[in-house]
Design a protein around this ligand. Structure first.
Ligand code: SF4
Ligand code: SF4
Length: 151
């Protein structure tokens, strides 16, 4: 990963948007809980950042992924292309680098499309616990298949 060009590095992102959901951490156990509340810049339809080039200015706590930190961050979802490559695992059939199609991440049910309940600007921090969901930490059955299903 250290030898990748900037373009190759960016292409590891599958475009799922899961990492742009707000998360909660249990202070005692370190356990991470995903919510279905999005960062204020997350577009819940395209699943992309609405201002990717300026994201650090607009959202100072947006974490820029690097070859070093993808190995240690504990909140990347199990589907994340960076996490899979860091663990020496293969990308799944729906990853755009495998399928050649940016829509397969949505087709496989991996992206956040249609599942973002609201943005952090609409839902206050003190209500986040009421919005904890399991699905961002889980791969749907369809996404775990070896190949793209026919239907
Ligand atoms: S979880 Fe990983 S693959 Fe998905 S959008 Fe975030 S960085 Fe990209
Ligand atoms: S600023 Fe953009 S890339 Fe960063 S968490 Fe928010 S939506 Fe995601």
């Amino acid at each position: 990963m250290e030898e990748m060009s900037a373009g190759e590095w960016e292409s590891l992102c599958d475009g799922c948007g899961r990492c742009c959901l707000n998360k909660l951490e249990d202070e005692d156990t370190g356990q991470i809980y995903f919510t279905h509340v999005g960062c204020k810049l997350l577009d819940g339809a395209s699943c992309a950042c609405k201002d990717y080039p300026n994201r650090s200015d607009k959202v100072p706590d947006c974490v820029r992924l690097t070859p070093a930190n993808v190995r240690t961050l504990n909140w990347l979802p199990p589907s994340c292309g960076y996490k899979l490559v860091a663990e020496g695992r293969d990308l799944y059939w729906w990853h755009p680098l495998v399928s050649g199609d940016p829509n397969t991440v949505h087709e496989a049910g991996v992206s956040v499309r249609g599942r973002v309940e609201g943005s952090e600007e609409e839902i206050p921090d003190q209500e986040l616990e009421d919005h904890i969901v399991q699905w961002p930490a889980v791969l749907p059955r369809r996404a775990r298949l070896k190949r793209r299903p026919k239907d």
